[in-house]
Design a protein around this ligand. Sequence first.
Ligand code: EPZ
Length: 429
Amino acid sequence: MEKFLITGGNKLKGTVKVGGAKNAALAVMSASVLSNEVCRIKNIPGISDVSLVAKILAEINVKVKMLNKTTIEIDPTRVVQRPVSCDIVRRVRASYYLLGALLGRFSKASVSLPGGCNFGVRPIDQHLKGFARLGANYEIDAGMINVESEKLSGNNVYFDVVSVGATINIILASVKAEGLTVLENAAKEPHVVDLANFLNSMGADIRGAGTDVIKIRGVEYLSGTSYSIIPDQIEAGTYMVAAAATGGDVMVQNVTPKHLEAIKSKLEEMGVTIEEHEESVRVTQDGPLEKCNVKTMPHPGFPTDMQPQISALLSLAQGTSIVNEGVWDNRFRYIEELKRMGANISVDGKIAVIEGVKRLTGTYTKATDLRAGAALVIAGLAASGETTIENIDHIERGYENICQKLLNLGANIKRINEENEPINMAKVL
Ligand code: EPZ
């Protein structure tokens, strides 16, 4: 398995361009199944999760064509309703959006139970509750979720928990259902809004996305569209934190500043200087980092997908910080890896107490999931000495060309193989 080898201590300097949002792209690709015509999607990130979803779509005869590095064309005109159970489904959690999309199109869907990052229990009870409210019956049998309805009808759906996935899945299932569906206590993440805008560009009638009440009036027909995905707020936030961790000066381009407000506010609380421009933010850090407390919450709160990254930064701040994981039950597994690098952190359930240390020291580490891996990259960039990170496939699920982007910012980072020999980047790109 390939690894990253990072020699820490270089200040990141220069410009990095952020790609399209992973969690928007994965939802929009599945949503294309609802269309009766070809869809063109721009600003698609070049990450492995996108390639995997394309492979899953091929299983139901939905053709995905790369028009260029960031644009795909999806042809759902000959989609077939059949069980989606290839082993890839279990590797990409977002594959469960095909439940909502196929139910919305055929009133029937059968998809393997989802996989994805493992940080505590990841139930789907809110998805199933929503399908039932629209008149569908479901059963879980032999690892498959089977959902079917004579005729989907709009209804009120109140989510007991704010859930990005359930909000998206019920939008997909209701967009062609008869009548009005009202989602309450809905997720407000930027990628939920992006999905609604994508569907509306195809002729759907969705109002209120971005608030906790979303109204979907069913339509008969969804046309093709040409749509551009929003920039990835978490990729942007990750490079902002990396700039701060190395005492650097980085212009993060192709961002939507509004989506970065919670991240920007926390970094400024830590003493980081952030200059906001139309579609970019400049992050400069000079001098000591200040401690601060973080509680992750659904949007517009501080994003849970930035929790590992900000914790790595706080381990270098002066003083004691408290990080409270408000979304997931067990999203601190990576802390053990940070402690191997000299971080002084104690975890009790959903709370981490972080005593800042003067420096981290490089060592052998393992990425336990996508954002945990990003946290180890940040720690390695700031640490003294060499840090090796294994299981980098986790990281490359959500960060396009992270190695090259960091090299361009002056980081000392290499991809190496099992035998610790450098891998020629040209071959990888
Ligand atoms: C999405 O996961 C993201 N994944 C996650 O990002 C992100 O951490 C999460 O939203 C929260 O923002 C994708 O978009 C592909 P949820 P999702 O349903 O939809 C509970 C990354 O790093 N819940 O919003 O699975 C659940 O246990 C990934 O890009 C139920 O109880 O998350 C959790 O505590 C990691 N019942 C909370 O809600 C349900 O039916 C939020 O989960 C569904 C969820």
